[in-house]
Design a protein around this ligand. Sequence first.
Ligand code: GDP
Ligand code: IMO
Ligand code: MG
Length: 429
Amino acid sequence: MKVDVILGLQWGDEGKGKIVDVFTPHYDIIARFQGGPNAGHTIEFDAKKFVLHTIPSGIFHRSTLNLIGNGVIIDPFIFINEIDKLAETGVQACENLLISSRAHLILPTHRMLDAISESLKGQSKIGSTLKGIGPAYTDKFARNGLRVGNINEKNFMEQYRVLKEMHFHSINSFSANLTGLTFDGLSFDAYEKKWFEAIGRMKNFRMVEGEQFLNKSLDEGKSVMAEGAQGTLLDVDFGSYPFVTSSNTIAAGVCSGLGISPHRIGKIYGVFKAYCTRVGSGPFPTELNNETGAVLRCNGNEFGSTTGRPRRCGWLDLPALKYSIMLNGVDSLIMMKADVLNTFAKINVCSKYKINGQVKDEFPFDLSNETLEPVYQEMNGWNTRLGGIDSFDALPAPLSEYIRLIEKETGVPVEMVSIGPDRVQTLKQ
Ligand code: GDP
Ligand code: IMO
Ligand code: MG
């Protein structure tokens, strides 16, 4: 058996959570391979809405196991909050959830360092979610990090103390003003106390060597789906650096984030919105700072699932989409939020970039290049509601034409279209 992959092709929030939930009944195991609580994955069904940050989006199907892989970083406080919120609605996540002992921990001081790093950057700040992502991955690669497997060790407190002291050494060397800095509304000391309580509770969860568990499961014929967080354009190597996250969000990250060989990668599904959004700072060629952008934000309810920040909105960007497809080797495209364009008589799609007066269709090294402007192709909108449509064949002609254009430009079939947030509002080719 192979590991299929669902990942985002834009700047995150494409609707990965919804699609993983839709696919889950066909898989034995869903495994998150990177990122941390910077992610916010929304799942809606039976008039209920859930937002997951650390827990894989397969958690609502009792017969599927969910693994938080070694490539993920976990804030115990946020993780336990998620567990408790699910429990309030009757979902006992601990029953079908496994945690890789190699996953790294986000410490309270990582969140402090994240806030300081952003404040020191001033105008050029990344717009981080302030969940400590950059500093926690930095410690992983600097070989200072603490891992989930360490929490059961006798000297865990000592390991924590040493790393915290190292962090405070850096924190004190910055002249950052920390007064008023809170963590989910709590002072540092209060947050740290809750963090340790959460560590205590994490010990009750099933910890596994994720790589052994997954490879054995595949050998036994179990089906596995890897769930990506963020999006390809936020990848630390290939995204719009430095306005990116700190992990490899692309398909290659599945191997290192779960401990499986490239030979074991199966079908790769790329999720993208029928338009584009971005939250946080950084270049965004097709951004619409006008009424049209505001309509997209309003129709699409484009406010961050993790931070509540308004998302920047713009037209679909084909050069960026093609770049993402190339990096991931996408086999199948899934178009989300087509319904958000329902009210438009005309829609634009960026087919090329103009850089220094020259037309290009490649994603450039410097997306912030001031001369870069999108070259648009105008298309007819469908200007009609999609509610009630239950098959690809019944889609309005202009939407079918939009899909055909994307397929022609990318060379990849659009096998699924989502026309609403609910799990049932999903059409398969
Ligand atoms: P993720 O991070 O990729 O899982 O995406 P988010 O959950 O952050 O953001 C996607 C948002 O769009 C969520 O609020 C979803 O409920 C919503 N959504 C997903 N698919 C659709 C769709 O087809 N139409 C509409 N209108 N909303 C959708
Ligand atoms: P999901 O999984 C959208 C963005 C932040 C910021 C940059 C770096 O829900 O699609 P970080 O906290 O990682 O240091 O922030 O990346 N970002 C996301 N944007 N969706 C996400 O996750 C994101 N995770 C991080 O807004 O610009
Ligand atoms: Mg999200």
